[in-house]
Every structure is written in structure tokens, then in C-alpha cells.
Design a protein around this ligand. Structure first.
Ligand SMILES: O=C(O)CCC(=O)C(=O)O
Ligand SMILES: [Fe+2]
Length: 396
């Protein structure tokens, strides 16, 4: 992004900001896009200059793919050989902050859940129906958590018995007992991720789960894709050992949860690890472990996955972890169509300490509304250009 590449009117207006723009350009050329954006943003927001604001948005559009390329995960350690030795499993989780296992959940269970979810998504007009339905090929512009059309499908999916019962699957529970201990149980807050293709800007950013869930810092998540999910399809990546550096501050991001962690020098020194997941593979990680979704560069298929959180009896949790995700549908409504009573309100027989939610851990810094507005604008421009670019290639 140079001044010369902008319109003649903007060039005139930008001339007085030349020293600033040169400084920003130098940061970008050194690979520090975040610093460049943050330097330009301070002046753009306070100056009231339209040309400077347009320049900032263009910089964000250009910087995003460059920033995304910066994470190339190294292979996750496959911990299957440790199974059967609970101390070794537990120690490895404590050491690395994650555990990756191949082939834990039976494929037919995942296929059955994927079948039910894609049925709903096809009925709601999100994906192609018919013979290709299980591929989850998106046919609408990406929908995001919070939008009415998103909730229309999600409110149906959250009722699925197969979604909630997957958290209790026998093989998965065997692994979790070894990783955490005999009294381990899942929170009923079962989460399904409906991630659109062609929107790397919306990929879940680096974050820790602790500010969302709170309660015990030993809380451990299981992330499970509903089918094969290669790194290119937006699988989960982990910063190995990043759980050792405490709770990190937050800033706004467009991806799931709308928050990303600001990574300290210690955390930045950790390696990103990832894997091409096969159906049945599971990754566990602690509430302080920094993790992110890789960008879904697949141009057609949605990435469908679930994540559940587990803790030992006697440890602390917050009330939100006992509610359905987004808390829009009551347990009573969720349970209405279920075939079995066994898992209904199962946590009521478990022992735990309920502790208050600390909203300060979840707050966004000042300026987050501007940040949200700018990211949204840049994302819409980037997506529209990608689509137009492909449409003109298709026509030529
Ligand atoms: O699947 C995603 O995009 C996010 C997953 C995540 O952050 C989690 O499981 O805690
Ligand atoms: Fe997370």
C-alpha cells in the first residue's frame, strides 16, 4: 500500500501524513503488520481524515493474508503410545499444555452427528443438499455467531442428542480419565463450530479458554472435527507450552468469541503445532493453553467440529458452563425430542464448587468498537474482492 496507489484526491490529502506513512511502511516491510496497523490506526481515528481511514482499511485488507501466513504449525506429538499409563498421559498434558490422539472416537458416531447437522444446514439454506450434503458445501455468504440467520440453524443444532452425548463417548472418557483423573466429567456446555469457507478473516484467533469459562484453571477442552480436517481446512493449532505464562490480556477479533489474546514475549517463543486431523482424532488442551483455528482456505466446504470441556469433581466452575451454548434454548426444550433420559441433567449428581464469573477477565480494551468496525469493513471488502476476482476468472 503506497500513497501512489490511492486516488488522486486521497494522494493530496495523504501528503501531510507522509512521515507517518513512511514509518508504517517500514514496520510492514519488517514484517510487523500489527505494529504498522496500530501506529496508523491511532492517527487515522483521531485525525478525522477520510483518506487516512481508507488507507488504514486497505492496509488491513492487504495485511490479513500476510499475517495468516505467519503461522506454519509443526506436527503435534501423537500421544496414543502413552495410553494405558495414566501418569505419563497426565504429565505430558502438564508439560506441553495439549495432548493429541489419533483414532479415539468411532467414525460412525461422528458420521451420524454430521448427518444430522448437515441436514439442518441444508434445510436452512446454508449448504448444498442432495447427494453432496455431507460435504457441507456453503451456498451463502458467511454467517457469523450473533446473526439471526446463524441462530436459526444453531438453535436447532443445539438440541441434538447426538451432539451432547458425544461428550460422554466411552473411548473419549477413557482418555480423559487418564489425562485428568477418575472423577472427570464434561460440562453440559457442548459447543458446535460452523465455520464457513473462504473467510480466513473469521478464523478463531489465538486465545485461551480461561477468560470465557473461568472456574478451575485445570479445565481441559476436547476439540473434535466431525470428519477429516486438514490444516488447510481450518483445523486447530496449539502453542505448545503456552499454558505456563498466566492469563493473557484480550483485544477484539472478528472470529468466534470476538476476542484474541495479546501474546507476551514468553508465549511468542512457543512453537505452533498442528495436524491434518482424520475423523476420530481428538486434541485436548488446558484452559490456559493458547490455541487458534487455522484459516479455512477451502473454497467450498464448511469446517464442522465440536468442543467440550472437562473437569474433576470438587473443582470450581462458573454457572455459564452449566448452560447450553449461547443460552438461547432451555434444557427443557433441548431434551424434548431425546430418546434417552440417561444424560438429562447428569451434572446434578456431580460434586463441584460454583464460583462467580469475573467479568473483568473478559472485558475488551477501550477502542474495541472502532476496532470491530474497521475489521468488519476490511473483511467485507476482502471477501467481495475475492468473490469478484474469481467470478471474472470464471468468465474469462
Ligand atoms: O474450532 C474453533 O474454531 C475454535 C475452537 C476453540 O477455540 C476451542 O475449542 O476452545
Ligand atoms: Fe478456545
Amino acid at each position: 500500500m503506497t500513497i501512489e496507489s490511492t486516488s488522486p484526491g486521497d494522494q493530496e490529502e495523504l501528503r501531510e501524513y507522509r512521515p507517518l506513512l513512511d514509518e508504517v511502511q517500514a514496520l510492514i516491510e519488517a514484517g510487523d503488520y500489527e505494529a504498522g496497523i496500530s501506529r496508523l490506526q491511532k492517527v487515522a481515528r483521531s485525525s478525522g481524515s477520510e483518506a487516512l481511514m481508507r488507507h488504514l482499511i486497505e492496509l488491513r485488507v492487504a495485511a490479513f493474508p500476510k499475517m495468516a501466513e505467519q503461522v506454519t504449525p509443526e506436527p503435534m506429538f501423537e500421544a496414543n503410545s502413552l495410553l494405558g499409563n495414566a501418569a505419563a498421559v497426565h504429565d505430558r498434558l502438564n508439560e506441553d499444555g495439549y495432548l493429541f490422539f489419533r483414532n479415539i472416537v468411532p467414525a460412525d458416531i461422528l458420521t451420524a452427528l454430521r448427518d444430522q447437522i448437515t441436514q439442518i444446514l441444508a434445510e436452512e439454506g446454508w449448504i448444498e443438499g442432495g447427494a453432496q450434503r455431507m460435504l457441507a458445501k456453503a451456498i451463502v455468504r458467511p454467517l457469523r455467531e450473533g446473526q439471526p440467520r446463524f441462530f436459526k440453524a444453531h438453535d436447532r443444532i443445539i438440541k441434538l442428542e447426538a451432539l451432547h452425548s458425544l461428550a460422554h463417548e466411552t473411548n473419549l472418557m477413557t482418555v480423559l480419565r487418564q489425562a485428568l483423573g477418575e472423577t472427570v466429567f464434561p460440562h453440559p456446555l457442548s459447543i458446535v463450530r460452523l465455520i464457513f469457507p473462504d473467510s480466513p478473516e473469521l478464523a478463531t484467533p489465538p486465545h485461551q479458554d480461561f477468560p470465557n469459562n473461568q472456574g478451575t484453571p485445570n479445565l481441559t477442552a476436547a476439540w473434535i472435527p466431525l470428519g477429516d480436517c486438514a490444516i488447510q481446512d481450518g483445523s486447530l493449532a496449539i502453542m505448545e507450552g503456552s499454558h505456563k505464562y498466566g492469563v493473557l490480556p484480550l483485544k477484539f477479533h472478528l472470529g468466534a468469541g470476538n476476542r484474541r489474546a495479546i501474546l507476551s514475549e514468553d508465549v511468542l517463543a512457543c512453537r505452533w503445532v498442528g495436524a491434518d486431523f482424520k475423523a476420530g482424532d481428538v486434541v485436548l488442551f488446558t484452559a490456559l493453553t493458547v490455541h487458534k483455528a487455522m484459516e479455512n482456505f477451502n473454497l467450498e466446504r464448511m469446517r464442522l467440529s465440536v468442543d467440550f470441556r472437562y473437569q474433576l469433581e470438587g473443582e470450581a466452575l462458573t454457572a455459564g458452563c452449566l448452560q447450553p451454548h449461547f443460552n438461547r434454548v432451555s434444557w427443557e426444550d433441548i431434551y424434548r425430542g431425546w430418546t434417552s433420559d440417561k444424560l438429562k441433567y447428569y451434572w446434578r449428581t456431580r460434586k463441584f464448587e460454583e464460583v462467580p464469573w469475573d467479568s473483568t477477565l473478559h472485558e475488551l480494551p477501550e477502542g474495541h468498537v472502532d476496532e470491530a468496525y474497521e475489521q468488519q469493513l476490511a473483511y467485507n471488502i476482502a471477501l467481495t474482492r475475492r468473490k469478484q476476482g474469481r467470478a471474472s476468472v470464471d468468465q474469462s
